[in-house]
Design a protein around this ligand. Structure first.
Ligand SMILES: Nc1ncnc2c1ncn2[C@@H]1O[C@H](COP(=O)(O)OP(=O)(O)O)[C@@H](O)[C@H]1O
Ligand SMILES: [Mg+2]
Length: 244
């Protein structure tokens, strides 16, 4: 498995699917669930939600591994910052920005309750590989119609994947909603037009998310009972229920 420094091998091949790849050895016997955070748009919240969801599952006593499938290695950076600042390891973070992700992730899931994939910032072979491994895709989007529309290519790729992996589930997660506001009508309409639902649970724009991750920590560690921590707990609960 690759650590940081060996993660830049992202190939940008065709994003179409080869049905042979859906017949993965052992895919039916694995125990852990694979959750992929995917959206080709940078800044949507893939890394923030992946690191926090993984942490929340650990708090629940689950065995969790986070796979950093972004060649930029932000989740690996987070883990490194965490180690450097002397905070204990919460879960393993491994760099796997390779097209073999779909072969590795199910194997890793044999030893875990949840494998969380922090997805790459483009729709290419890596994202396709993540889709072949995932039980659930979460698409973080900022609450604007533009941001929902900007996920179009990823939505198309997921739709394609579901043709021969009908068990693959997908949902939008609204992230960075401004506290005290509701999502605007246009964004709501754009979400309603999508082929996948948007989760009822939404994650707000809160400084503690950015600050904690920058320090190699998580919101619930910095402020255990803060609103951000409650939102992540609610998100983890919904996700856990979807995968039960
Ligand atoms: N809910 C949030 N509240 C505040 N800042 C956020 C939130 N979600 C993401 N951010 C910040 O936005 C930036 C991009 O988020 P990130 O999770 O890295 O997105 P992605 O992985 O999709 O590129 C980061 O600086 C992160 O700290
Ligand atoms: Mg990221």
């Amino acid at each position: 498995m690759d650590k940081r420094g060996n993660t830049a091998a992202q190939k940008t091949g065709s994003a179409s699917f080869d049905t042979d790849e859906s017949r993965l050895p052992g895919a039916e016997n694995r125990q852990g669930k694979v959750i992929a955070l995917l959206n080709q748009k940078g800044g949507a919240g893939k890394t923030t939600l992946a690191t926090h969801l993984a942490g929340e599952f650990v708090m629940q006593g689950q065995r969790v591994t986070l796979l950093d499938a972004d060649p930029q290695g932000s989740a690996l950076d987070w883990a490194q910052r965490r180690a450097q600042s002397g905070h204990g390891r919460l879960y393993g973070v491994f760099g796997l920005a390779r097209d073999s992700l779909h072969q590795e992730a199910p194997q890793i899931a044999l030893q875990a309750d949840f494998v969380v994939i922090d997805g790459p910032p483009r729709v290419a072979a890596l994202a396709r590989s993540a889709l072949l491994a995932a039980d659930l895709v979460l698409i973080p989007v900022q609450p604007s119609a533009y941001d929902v529309w900007a996920s179009h290519e990823m939505v198309q790729l997921i739709t394609e994947a579901r043709v021969f992996r009908p068990q693959l589930r997908a949902a939008f997660v609204v992230n960075r909603r401004v506290v005290g506001t509701v999502i605007g009508r246009e964004a709501r309409a754009a979400l309603a037009d999508q082929p996948f639902p948007a989760l009822q649970v939404e994650v707000s724009q809160r400084i503690v998310f950015a600050d904690s991750v920058a320090a190699g920590r998580l919101a619930f560690e910095v402020a255990p009972h803060c609103a951000a921590a409650r939102e992540i707990a609610a998100l983890a609960q919904v996700v856990g229920e979807m995968l039960r």
